[in-house]
Write a protein that binds this ligand. Structure first.
Ligand code: ASP
Length: 330
């Protein structure tokens, strides 16, 4: 028997120092808190498995327009939404992933459907959504998915045309349009993710996103890719957020699992190493991870990462750099 743990994130972002919470942040923290209370409580009562926990947690964040996933996803260069999601179950390595979704209300539900179906593991675009519709998943219009906040953010992006994922260092562009730009609310919200350990000692990980504002139409990020944005096995569960290209090129989530399995590094050292490795590739961001002993970490290299922990009925949420209580053990 294990003491259950639930970690969630609502995306990483920003380059500079943290200026404190914005007006919209209370809505985000409320959402994280409700998830931790409800899903954490259900894990504690053994009502749900780790796989169910991460699915429900991500689905609730997809419903919250202040996060960049599901409704409230950011807009691409043409002002359209396309969403990516993936999910993995630790005990059997079952996985599901989907990309380029434009109508699916809950991308993580489609990823979970693929996981349960067993084949195919990964699908894109219309074919994926047709399958989802046939499976009874809820479809919505692209207009419903686009919020005023995102439209405003996109209009702002049009004036600067920052390359999504660019940094001040690499091409002198203005601040990158990663999810959360603390300077203003012009680039708010974030990719969402969850990792969980249940009473049976089993783990799962799930991640969902609208990607990066102004992304090239057709671009797929790490969130859709098992081993890049999401990984779970019998030892660890990981969900990443940040400039997806660098996470793809380093196979960040699987790299995390391999370093943990094959070296003597601690969980925290593995987290630092993985995040350091994405930096030279123009990446920055964060991750949440836990192991089968209930140890967990929530490191990030950006200004902030919306995040929350449920362990033993104790709930912690945070946005900025204060990391007290964030390396823990159940
Ligand atoms: N990793 C996501 C992507 O590149 C974005 C994010 O995490 O904010 O699509």
């Amino acid at each position: 028997m294990s003491v259950p743990v639930l970690l969630i994130h609502g995306g990483a972002g920003g380059d500079g120092s943290w200026g404190g919470p914005t007006k919209l942040d209370s809505g985000r923290i409320d959402c994280l808190t409700i998830i931790l209370q409800e899903v954490g409580g259900a894990l504690e009562r053994n009502d749900i498995s780790a796989l169910q926990a991460v699915t429900i947690a991500v689905q609730i964040m997809e419903d919250e327009p202040l996060f960049n996933a599901g409704r409230g996803s950011v807009l691409d260069a043409q002002g359209d939404i396309s969403m990516d999601a993936s999910i993995m179950n630790g005990p059997d390595g079952a996985a599901g992933a989907c990309a380029g979704l434009k109508k699916t209300k809950h991308p993580i539900a489609l990823a979970k459907y693929l996981l349960e179906s067993g084949w195919p593991v990964m699908m894109i675009g219309e074919g994926a959504e047709e399958l989802g519709r046939d499976a009874g998943l809820e479809m919505v219009t692209s207009d419903w998915l686009k919020t005023d906040l995102r439209r405003a953010q996109w209009s702002k992006w049009q004036t600067t045309k920052d390359r999504p994922g660019s940094t001040d260092e690499d091409d002198g562009a203005l601040a990158a349009i990663l999810d959360h730009d603390p300077e203003t609310e012009r680039a708010p919200a974030g990719t969402v993710g969850a990792v969980a350990l249940d009473i049976d000692g089993e783990m799962a990980a799930a991640t969902s996103t609208g990607g990066l504002t102004g992304k090239t139409p057709g671009r797929i990020g790490d969130t859709a890719i098992i081993g890049a944005g999401t990984w779970a096995d019998r030892r660890v569960a990981v969900s990443c957020t940040g400039i997806g290209e660098a996470y793809i090129r380093t196979a960040a989530a699987k790299r995390f699992a391999d370093l943990f399995e094959l070296t003597e590094l601690t969980l925290a050292d593995v987290g630092d190493r993985v995040l350091e490795e994405v930096v030279p590739l123009g990446g920055r961001g964060g991750l949440i991870a836990l192991n089968s002993h209930g140890e967990f970490i929530l490191p990030f290299h950006t200004t902030l990462m919306y995040r929350g922990v449920w362990v033993n009925g104790r709930i912690t949420t945070a946005i900025g750099p204060d990391s007290s209580g964030e390396k823990g053990k159940s």
